[in-house]
Design a protein around this ligand. Structure first.
Ligand SMILES: [Cu+2]
Length: 164
């Protein structure tokens, strides 16, 4: 990554932080912490790199605290599975970064380096919208099969959590 790109990412994250702090203490109190893990004891690449947790139910206007976007881990929004009009997220080289969820919807995140090994996550803010459209949106992602498969598995978990 060039210095310019890194500065740009930081500036964008700063704007997101400011947006989050405008909405008062209630939303901040709901901040969810999401860690980024490299687990050398994992038996397969698919478990070695992961977001924990990787499926988060949240409220609109609440915030997420992404921890450990360091080394090779990043947090990037996935445009095919992202609420319309919400700014993209691009976090790297930050021990902690705050992301706000300005609207209802389904928010997909990937690690730029390890998405190909299934390091992806889904956040639902309030109403996720029409889940029947999601398989098509996943199919359109510019991603390897393993990454798409990881998103499909998350959507299945989401669907069964909503039924249960
Ligand atoms: Cu990663």
């Amino acid at each position: 990554m060039t210095g310019d790109t890194a500065r740009f990412s930081r500036r964008k994250a700063m704007q997101i932080t400011i947006a989050a702090s405008c909405c008062g203490t209630a939303a901040q109190a709901q901040a969810r912490r999401i860690d980024q893990i490299t687990d050398p004891m994992a038996t397969a690449a698919t478990g070695m790199f992961r977001f924990t947790p990787d499926l988060v139910m949240a409220e609109p206007h609440s915030t997420l605290n992404f921890l450990n976007s360091r080394g090779e881990h990043t947090v990037h929004s996935v445009p095919q599975l992202w609420p319309a009009g919400v700014p993209e997220v691009a976090i790297s080289n930050q021990p902690e970064a705050v992301v706000t969820l300005p609207t209802d919807g389904l928010y997909a995140f990937r690690c730029k380096r390890h998405g190909q090994y299934g390091m992806v996550m889904l956040v639902v803010a309030g109403d996720p919208g029409d889940l029947s459209r999601v398989p098509d949106q996943i199919a359109r992602m510019r991603a390897r099969d393993l990454e798409k498969q990881a998103f499909r598995a998350l959507v299945e978990r989401l669907a069964s959590a909503r039924e249960g």
